[in-house]
Design a protein around this ligand. Structure first.
Ligand SMILES: Nc1ncnc2c1ncn2[C@@H]1O[C@H](COP(=O)(O)OP(=O)(O)O)[C@@H](O)[C@H]1O
Ligand SMILES: N[C@@H](CCC(=O)OP(=O)(O)O)C(=O)O
Length: 267
């Protein structure tokens, strides 16, 4: 198995499907368990960063919208409300463990220009140096493409690249990537390790599983490709068991590991 003893900087991405109940309301118990794990790894000396979705879902619920909005403008409004609520909850729970949180709102465009990429990198570096915990989401007021495709998986990979992370862990509502969508095929089997994103693999990775999630496994494969290009290993694990993060940092296999064949240079 890979050598994870060198891992120092970890990006954890959590999806709406893990953060909310089917009612659209926050899964407080789940968030508390996740924060506890991240805080513990932070205390152990890892540089921890969180990419969190959920703003649109949480905002829609707070505004008592009858369902998740479908128009861009209403998604943007819901995201603006939900983002405050999410940060409020994260800040409160991380504060119980003495950790300061920092909100970073990005679009993937923000990292395409070299000067802006450097600024993003420097902000992450400075925050981690002070012991704060960066919490990243899309800037949904301006991220028109991302909001349409709900691609926080890709954003998480971009954050891992820009921050020079050693590992990305994506938490979702399945145990990992299966050889077929488990919601449609109960016989589907977990794929433990992937070394290359092939067309066959793209063919088995379907869309979102619930009304709350967006993107499904297809966008997770896109994220894996971006990580593999930079030699960053990526796991997809079940967000209902955030303690799996401990196992991973102890070098154990869990969920699906996307492991690049070799380790090319970072950004
Ligand atoms: N091959 C596959 N293996 C596992 N899950 C799959 C697969 N194809 C599609 N999915 C769907 O992807 C969903 C997870 O993605 P998504 O709903 O976007 O959640 P998240 O909010 O975590 O990003 C699962 O609930 C599942 O139904
Ligand atoms: N910025 C959006 C992200 C939407 C998104 O990508 O959701 P998910 O597929 O659950 O990671 C939000 O916070 O609702």
């Amino acid at each position: 198995m890979m050598n994870l003893s060198q891992v120092r900087r970890i990006v954890v991405k959590v999806g709406t499907s893990t953060l909310t109940y089917p009612t659209g309301k926050l899964n407080i118990r789940g968030i508390e368990r996740l924060v506890r794990c991240i805080a513990d790894l932070h205390n152990r000396g890892y540089d921890m960063m969180l990419v969190s979705s959920g703003a649109i879902g949480v905002g829609a619920s707070k505004l008592r919208l009858p369902e998740r909005p479908t128009t861009l403008r209403m998604k943007q409004a819901a995201a603006a409300v939900g983002q405050c609520e999410l940060m409020h909850v994260y800040d409160k729970i991380f504060a119980e463990y003495g950790i300061s949180t920092a909100q970073i709102l990005l679009t993937t465009d923000d990292t395409e220009d070299e000067r802006r990429r450097l600024n993003v990198h420097n902000t992450f570096d400075a925050l981690l140096e002070t012991g704060a915990l960066p919490i990243v989401n899309e800037n949904d007021t301006v991220a028109v493409e991302e909001i349409e495709f709900g691609d926080n998986d890709r954003l998480a990979a971009v954050v891992a690249r820009v921050s020079h992370a050693d590992l990305l862990v994506i938490l979702t509502d399945m145990d990992g990537l299966f050889d077929d969508n488990p919601r449609e095929n109960p016989e589907a089997r977990l794929i433990p390790v992937v070394h290359k994103i092939t067309d066959d693999l793209r063919g088995i990775a379907g869309g979102a599983g619930t009304e709350n999630g967006t993107g499904g496994m297809a966008t997770k494969l896109g994220a894996a490709e971006l990580c593999m290009e930079r030699g960053i290993p990526m796991f997809v694990i079940n967000g209902a068991k955030p303690e799996t993060l401990y196992e991973i940092t102890q070098g154990r296999l869990a969920g699906t590991l996307f492991l690049p064949p070799e380790a090319p240079d970072k950004d």
